[in-house]
Design a protein around this ligand. Structure first.
Ligand code: EPZ
Length: 417
C-alpha cells in the first residue's frame, strides 16, 4: 500500500506548473477512436486514469504511443470487443467508450463504470441519449449492450446538466445521420475542449460551452493534433494550498477564467492573489474572512474543489458553510479534518465550519480523489506529521504531486508499506 507522509508548517514558494485537465483528457482518449486516422493529443497528464484508458486502448488493439506529455493514437486496427468488468471498473471515464464505440461501430458492450464513491452516479441520462439516437440498450446485471442499426440525429433534453452524458451523447452523435440537439447540456470547459477536438477531426459541433449543443453528423473523421486544456481543479487545489501556506507561490500554465468562481470567493475572503493572463501568484494571509459556498454546475463553484476549500475555511474566524448540491456523498473528508482539530458539523448536505482552528497531523485516509487533495492541503498546513493512506485515489488525478510540492519546499514523501 502506498502512503504519503507530510510534515506540515513549511512555507511554499516557487512555481507549480499545472498539467492537462484530467476530466478533459479522460474523454479525449476514448474520443480519439472515432477518427479513421492517427491523432495526437498533447499536454496529457501523467496520472493513473490516463494509464488505465491506454490499457483499454491496447485491449481494443488501438495503437497508442506515449511520449513526454503527448499521446499518439491510431485506431486503424481497432477490434470492437466487449470491455471487461475489470477494465470498466477501473475508472468512471471508461464509459466514454460506450459513446465512442456506439458512434463508430453502432455497438458497444461494457460494464457499469467505476470511479470515486461520491454518490450513486447513475448513467440514465447517457442511456436516454443513446436511445434517442436510435440505439437499444439491454442490461444484464452490470453489463450494458448498446446497439443500433442506424443512428439518427435527435432532439435530446437532459434532465440534469450532466458532464458525462453531454460528452457521451456528443461522441455517439458525431457520425449519426442528420442533426442532434442537446438541450440543458453541461457547459464545463472540458466539454468545449472535447467538442473542439471532434471538430478538428472534421465533426460539425456548435454551441459547446452553452446549454444548447448542435451536432450535424458527418461520415468520416480524420486525424488531427489537439491540446488538452490546463486542469482547473489541479490549479484550484494548489491555489488553496498557497493560501494556506504559500509565499509568492506561482500557479502557472492555467486559464484563470476557468476558476473565477474560486478566485472571486478567495478575494471576498481577503486572499492575496495576483491574477495574470496564464498564472496566479498566491501568498498566505494571517487572517481570512469567513464565507459560504454552494457547489453548482459550471460556472458555479465546482464540487471538485469543495473538499480542499473546506480546509481553508478552518482558518476563518466565525461560521462558514459548504453546501454540496451535486453529489450525495462528498463529505467523507470531514471526519478526518475533525480528527485533525477542525470544528465541523454536517447536517443534510451542508457542512458548517467554525473557525479558526489549528490542525494537527495524524493518520488519515484519502477516501476519494478530492478528499485526498483536502487531506494533503490539511497536512501541509498542520502542525506535525500526517500519514495519508489510500493514496491511489490521489494519484488518479494529481500528476507528480509529490515532486511538484517538494519542488516548492513541502516536506512530503511517498512510501510503500
Ligand atoms: C464529472 O463527473 C467529473 N468526472 C467529476 O469529477 C465532477 O465532479 C462532475 O463531472 C461534476 O462536475 C469526470 O469528468 C470523469 P455528472 P460526471 O454526470 O460526468 C447526476 C473528480 O473528482 N447524474 O455531471 O460523472 C449525478 O449522479 C470527479 O475529478 C444522473 O442522475 O458527473 C450527479 O448528481 C468526481 N444521471 C450529477 O448528475 C446521469 O445519467 C452530475 O453528474 C448522469 C449524472
Amino acid at each position: 500500500m502506498k502512503i504519503l507522509e507530510i510534515v506540515g508548517g513549511s512555507t511554499l514558494s516557487g512555481t507549480i506548473r499545472i498539467g492537462g485537465a484530467k476530466n478533459s483528457c479522460v474523454a479525449l482518449i476514448p474520443a480519439a477512436i472515432l477518427s479513421d486516422e492517427e491523432v495526437t493529443i498533447c499536454n496529457v497528464p501523467e496520472i493513473s486514469d490516463t494509464d488505465n484508458l491506454c490499457e483499454i486502448l491496447n485491449y481494443l488493439n488501438v495503437e497508442n504511443k506515449r511520449a513526454s506529455e503527448s499521446i499518439v493514437i491510431n485506431p486503424k486496427n481497432l477490434e470492437n470487443k466487449e470491455i471487461s468488468e475489470e477494465f470498466s471498473k477501473k475508472l468512471r471515464a471508461s464509459y466514454y467508450f460506450m459513446g465512442a464505440l456506439l458512434g463508430k461501430y453502432k455497438k458497444a458492450v461494457m460494464y457499469f463504470p467505476g470511479g470515486c464513491s461520491i454518490g450513486t452516479r447513475p448513467i440514465d441520462q447517457h442511456l436516454k441519449g443513446f436511445e434517442a439516437l436510435g440505439a437499444t440498450v439491454s442490461v444484464e446485471g452490470n453489463k450494458y449492450i448498446i446497439e443500433a442499426e442506424r443512428l439518427k440525429g435527435s432532439h435530446i433534453y437532459l434532465d440534469i446538466a450532466s458532464v458525462g452524458a453531454t460528452i457521451n451523447i456528443m461522441l455517439a452523435a458525431v457520425k449519426a445521420e442528420g442533426k442532434t440537439v442537446i438541450e440543458n447540456a453541461a457547459k464545463e470547459p472540458e466539454i468545449v475542449n472535447i467538442a473542439t477536438f471532434l471538430n478538428n477531426m472534421g465533426a460539425r459541433i456548435t454551441g459547446a460551452g452553452t446549454s444548447t449543443i448542435k451536432i450535424t453528423g458527418v461520415q468520416r473523421l480524420k486525424g488531427c493534433f489537439h491540446e488538452v486544456i490546463p486542469d482547473r481543479i489541479e490549479a484550484g487545489t494548489y491555489l488553496i494550498i498557497g493560501a494556506l501556506c504559500g509565499e509568492n507561490l506561482k500557479i502557472d500554465n492555467i486559464i484563470p477564467e476557468h476558476i473565477e468562481s474560486l478566485t472571486s470567493k478567495m478575494l471576498e475572503m481577503g486572499a492575496n492573489l495576483e491574477i495574470g493572463t496564464d498564472y496566479i501568484i498566491v501568498s498566505k494571509k494571517d487572517k481570512y474572512r469567513n464565507t459560504s459556498i454552494k457547489t453548482a454546475v459550471y460556472p458555479g463553484f465546482p464540487t471538485d474543489l469543495q473538499q480542499p476549500f473546506t480546509v481553508l475555511l478552518t482558518k476563518c474566524p466565525g461560521k462558514s458553510k459548504v453546501t454540496e448540491t451535486i453529489w450525495e456523498n462528498r463529505f467523507m473528508h470531514i471526519p478526518y479534518l475533525v480528527q485533525m482539530g477542525a470544528d465541523i458539523t454536517i447536517k443534510n448536505q451542508t457542512a458548517t465550519v467554525l473557525g479558526p482552528t489549528k490542525l494537527t497531523g495524524t493518520e488519515v485516509v484519502a477516501t476519494d480523489l478530492r478528499a485526498g487533495a483536502a487531506m494533503v492541503a490539511a497536512a501541509l498546513s498542520a502542525e506535525g506529521k500526517t500519514m495519508i493512506t489510500n493514496v491511489e485515489h490521489i494519484l488518479r488525478g494529481y500528476e507528480n504531486i509529490v515532486q511538484k510540492l517538494t519542488d516548492v519546499g513541502a516536506k512530503i514523501e511517498s512510501r510503500e508499506i
